[in-house]
Design a binder for this molecule. Structure first.
Ligand code: SAH
Length: 249
């Protein structure tokens, strides 16, 4: 059998949100490569597991390509969707900069349920109209670029979803992001969707005026409504949040 790289999204956490394609490809893997916690989520099998640190994406991608060039069936795993702030782009970056022979390899990308879709489904239908997804991590881009995009997105009146909203190394950026939006957008519904689909799931319904930056951590998907996003209150139950299909001009 010739080698292959299978870039697989494992969804946000629970088994029910892993696609049948992802499961089938994982079962064919001779090697599983990824950030430790994601590798641990692959069901038990005879595959060799190569768990690595979160910050070595391109090294990890090259390793996968080398193994596949040697004939292995290599699963490269990401949480959520592998194309959203995850390993698929790192693999193609490695291919473009790497050995000529890697371009002949069989590479397949299996999509997954990305965090913003899982969070949206939990709370109602906040993505019913146009939305915009931004990673707040400045590991791979300067903070000035992030600020520019926040301003532009606020001006566009999109629903916003923040991935990587905070970490121990950069606790203040989410506060700065909220501040920019308060200035540019005014009041908005804010949802902190934490660890969606996992045992420690928690959903906080709040607003730009009331949100506590300290409530946001690395497990959080931050959703900020557009000017037209609405909340349907219910007695003794969580509200439903949705963005109407039609934009009222
Ligand atoms: N490829 C992943 C995203 C990786 S970036 C995907 O498609 O979902 C990591 C960020 O994703 C986290 O900081 C968090 O903002 C978000 N995230 C991932 N899983 C999540 C979950 N179960 N609940 C809430 N947010 C999640």
């Amino acid at each position: 059998m010739t080698g292959r790289v299978m870039i697989i999204g494992l969804g946000p956490g629970p088994a029910k949100w892993v696609t049948p394609e992802a499961s089938a490809l994982l079962a064919e893997a001779t090697d599983i490569i990824g950030y430790g916690p994601y590798v641990d989520r692959a069901p038990p099998s005879k595959a060799v597991r190569h768990a690595s640190d979160n910050r070595v994406e391109v090294d990890r991608a090259r390793h996968a390509l080398e193994l596949a060039a040697g004939g292995a069936q290599v699963a490269v795993v990401s949480g959520g969707d592998p194309g959203v702030f995850a390993m698929a782009a790192a693999v193609f970056e490695a291919v473009e900069a790497g050995e000529e022979a890697w371009r002949e390899l069989d590479i397949v990308v299996a999509p997954g349920v990305t965090a913003v879709l899982a969070a949206s489904a939990r709370i109602g239908a906040p993505l019913g109209h146009d939305f915009c997804v931004i990673s707040l991590s400045d590991n791979l881009k300067p903070w000035s670029v992030i600020e520019k995009r926040l301003v532009a997105a606020a001006e566009g009146d999109f629903v916003l979803a923040f991935y990587n909203p905070a970490s121990k190394a950069r606790p203040d950026q989410i506060a700065r992001a909220f501040e920019i939006l308060r200035r540019k957008a005014g009041e908005r519904i804010v949802i902190l969707a934490k660890a969606v689909g996992r045992p420690d799931e928690e959903i906080v319904y709040t607003s730009l005026a009331a949100v506590e930056p300290a409530d946001v951590d690395m497990r959080t998907l931050v959703l900020i409504g557009s000017s037209q996003t609405r909340m349907i209150e219910r007695e003794d139950k969580e509200p439903w949040v949705y963005s109407p299909r039609r934009w009222e001009a």
